[in-house]
Design a protein around this ligand. Structure first.
Ligand code: 5RP
Length: 225
């Protein structure tokens, strides 16, 4: 089974949690894109849902599939958010933001009554930190935030596109990817990063997901905190 097939299995299973009339948080990344495509098929068949997307890319994808898009003015509470993750640790502690959408992802997922993660089994880890932790930073604060993250031993690196240009988020900020290695106490690390003025958000999603649907060789496994 390819990684893509495993992602598709998880994304398809997530559709079983979607009910007619629901308002949905639409995630970002390849697994979420599969979910949005599958959701589009269901909408074509008559399912009535509306969504708030976690990135411009996901919003455009949803719109192209005629999935109605709403906003927090009209819909301040979402029934369900579905999104991928870069790492899934014990207690469903997550690292997210590999695709650069962590800020909107955290906003959307915190506004949802339920947040379900969709991923393939390569994302499961015993300790978070193999995947560099993304931290979104206001551009003018970059030099001071970089020093403070260095002082915490988090080894920050400014994100660039493969062509060498600076990576700018949908909210016009930059991202420092922190290759710190094992994060033994995610709550402590999250609090230390949050305390730095100039940090907009970090990619540790703690106590947010209630279920992870993990695609792999044996089918889709349900993992709970
Ligand atoms: C984007 C994310 C994605 O959910 C994460 O990168 C997983 O992506 P994929 O489904 O492509 O493996 O956090 O900011």
């Amino acid at each position: 089974m390819t990684q893509n097939e495993a992602k598709r299995m998880a994304a398809r299973r997530a559709l079983e949690f979607v009910e007619d009339g629901m308002s949905l948080g639409l995630g970002s990344g390849t697994t979420s894109a599969i979910f949005i495509e599958e959701l589009g098929e269901r909408v074509k068949q008559g399912l009535r849902v509306r969504g708030i997307a976690t990135s411009i890319f996901s919003q455009k994808l949803a719109e192209s599939l005629n999935i109605p898009i709403t906003n927090f003015e009209d819909c301040p509470v979402l029934d369900l958010a579905i999104d991928g993750a870069d790492e899934i640790g014990p207690g469903l502690a997550l690292i997210k933001g590999g695709g650069g959408a962590l800020l909107r992802e955290k906003i959307v997922e915190s506004a949802a009554r339920r947040f379900i993660v969709v991923a393939d089994s390569t994302k499961l880890v015993e300790t978070l930190g193999r995947f560099p932790l993304p931290v979104e930073v206001v551009q003018m604060a970059l030099p001071i935030v970089t020093r403070r993250l260095e002082a915490l031993g988090l080894n920050p690196h400014l994100r660039h596109h493969p062509d060498g240009s600076l990576y700018i988020t949908d909210e016009n900020n930059v991202i420092l990817d922190c290759a710190s290695g094992s994060i033994s106490d995610p709550a402590k690390t999250a609090a230390e990063i949050r305390a730095i003025v100039g940090v907009v958000e970090h990619g540790l999603f703690l106590n947010m997901a209630s279920l992870a649907l993990i695609g792999g060789e044996g089918g889709v496994r349900e993992v709970r905190p």
